[in-house]
Write a protein that binds this ligand. Sequence first.
Ligand code: HEC
Length: 270
Amino acid sequence: MTKQNAPRGNHPVLLALLVGLLAGFGGLARASVATTKPPLRPITVNLQDKSALQNGALYTLHMCVACHSLQGVRYSSLPKMLGMNRVEFEKVIGTNGKHYHDTITSTMPPAIINAFVKILPPDLTDIARRRSPAWLYTYLTSFYVDPSRPSGVNNTVRYNVAMPDVFAPMQGLQKPVMVQGLRFGSPAQVAIGVKPLTQGSMTQAQFDRTARDIVYFLYAVAHPHQQERARLGPWIIGLFLVLSVLTFLIYKLYWRRVITGEERWWRVGK
Ligand code: HEC
């Protein structure tokens, strides 16, 4: 065995080690994420429901923007999506004193947010792209009282959430439905749902509708071209169908003029 061969001989060992390590990590990761998940509340987003979108915009741009930003959109891109014109938008929903062409940033200075909630609230356009509408809907309706938390509340889908329950005055307080389950692999009491504890200013149905409208709006700002795509889709498919017919006709035309082997024999003779 020459010296040159030695490193080559090492490769299978290294490879086996690497595979072993990866499998080990994979196993660990899989074992550690075993968590009892609460069922998500189903929701179907309807972007044609303009009054729902307007209501969602009203709540989002006045409640949520106190902490969160929506830097993926400008105020000026909202009226069209909401089925309003600029004047109506500025009168009914408004821009929180910002310029009409500004991106939507939080109205609270970061220093105050940091002192207040310790964790910087994430950008909502970003969150709305990452989370499904069903997750968002469940999140917004599932805050429950948990005295062990600094904010006094917790959330079924976002365990130990840092966001305070901004909906408490409207929705009332809620208590958790606990089951014995797994949290990150270890046995624990896990909240899989909520039950009303106190009455808020809205009925359950009214609050669910408000949360739904907020989810519609968040979905719309995170997918700004969705309505345009739905409108163009049938036309594009139609165009492809027409092109298919035309290309088929061209194919037929070409092959009518091509002389195949057998035809050549009797046409040319040899
Ligand atoms: C008092 C400040 C505050 C207000 C008002 C507020 N939030 Fe939050 N929100 C937070 C903080 C802080 C977090 C980060 C939570 C964490 O990481 O634990 C957060 C997180 C979130 C998340 C992300 C959860 C995740 O992990 O993906 C969503 C969605 C959300 N908020 C939606 C809203 C909506 C919608 C409103 C308006 C109805 C709103 N928030 C109002 C402070 C706030």
